[in-house]
Design a protein. Structure first.
Ligand SMILES: Nc1nc2c(ncn2[C@@H]2O[C@H](COP(=O)(O)OP(=O)(O)O)[C@@H](O)[C@H]2O)c(=O)[nH]1
Ligand SMILES: [Mg+2]
Ligand SMILES: [Zn+2]
Length: 303
């Protein structure tokens, strides 16, 4: 008899599968390795419970979507956590991950944390104007936490954002039982920073699933995750009203004459940082030859 469940965490060769009642540590069958499929956190899977209490992972059920940074599958909504103080989030990081999410049909919420330290409004305004659901919160004071809770209720969300913005801290406020390691320097042990090192799905007491992820640094270059340069325009939702109004049908919206996107930018209808990010991503995507992209899309887990 096999059971069905969801992978909550992958650690040291085990996949921790939650079937709604218990969590079983499973090892992947050789078949999975031979087929070169890498199970991801968030995968719905079939497994065989073994007598010793562990399990054997048999099959990964079809994915709704998949991400490689963070490495998660079947995500309804990416919650991009940003901060305007220690660290200051580069909007490009938000735009890149938001574009990847849009290209995979995954919703995006932008959440500016540490509002007790710095005014989140300038950054929040950029994303509100661009049409994203945007929140301003503080894990320190609890400001905005109820709104965030509402935004994630009933959905599978992954928290992403650059290291140190407060992903784990926010999750700890949402459910103190998590007791996730955060970036505090441990003074007693003097072992440096305690931070998130792996992706983990967590269940809030209301049943909602949220993933804590290690976050990314500005140096990560995951150019392979991007769509073709020509498709990138569709990943910037606020460009939509202008795309069919450019003079040239194959307009790249970078510096072309008669470009309606550039016109909207000049009129302040599109935020300058959003367009700058688009151009940067467009040039990055252009630099990847098609053959290389195809090769990577066949087996992105090999990155
Ligand atoms: N002042 C302030 N500090 C915060 C806030 N959220 C997180 N921090 C601190 O920022 C550091 C990094 O937080 P952490 O949750 O580990 O970030 P993560 O890497 O995104 O998971 C820790 O020292 C937290 O205590 C906040 O809203 N306000
Ligand atoms: Mg963390
Ligand atoms: Zn154009």
């Amino acid at each position: 008899m096999t059971s069905e469940g969801i992978i909550m965490k992958a650690l040291s060769g085990f996949y921790y599968v939650d079937d709604g009642q218990t969590v079983t540590a499973c090892r992947g069958r050789g078949k999975l390795r031979r087929d070169k499929v890498t199970p991801l956190v968030g995968d719905r899977v079939r497994f065989t419970p073994l007598e010793n209490g562990s399990g054997a992972l048999e099959e990964i059920l079809p994915r709704k979507n998949e991400f490689f940074r963070p490495a998660v599958a079947n995500i309804d909504q990416l919650v991009v956590i940003a901060s305007q103080a220690i660290p200051v989030t580069d909007p490009f990081l938000i735009d890149r991950v938001a574009a990847i999410a849009e290209s995979r049909g995954c919703d995006v919420v932008v959440c500016v944390n540490k509002c007790d330290l710095a005014d989140g409004e300038p950054l929040a305004a950029i994303y509100r104007t661009a049409g994203f659901r945007t929140l301003m919160v503080s894990a320190e004071t609890g400001e905005g936490m109820e709104e965030l809770r509402q935004a994630i209720t009933g959905k599978v969300s992954a928290f992403t954002g650059n290291s140190g913005v407060g992903k784990s801290s926010i999750l700890n406020v949402l459910d103190p039982q998590f007791a996730l390691a955060t970036g505090d320097v441990s003074q007693k042990l003097g072992r440096g920073r305690h931070t998130t090192r792996h992706v983990e799905l967590l269940r809030l007491s209301c049943g909602t699933l949220v993933a804590d992820t290690p976050g990314f640094s500005s140096f990560d270059v995951d150019r392979m995750e991007l769509a073709r340069a020509e498709d990138l325009q569709y990943a910037f939702r606020e460009f939509a009203p202008y795309l069919d109004k450019c003079r040239f049908q194959d307009c790249a919206h970078v510096k072309e004459k008669g470009c309606a996107v550039l016109e909207a930018l000049a009129q302040g209808k599109i935020q300058p940082t959003r367009h700058q990010s688009y151009v940067r991503l467009y040039q990055q995507a252009k630099a990847v030859p098609d053959w290389e992209r195809r090769k990577n899309q066949q087996d992105p887990s090999m990155k």
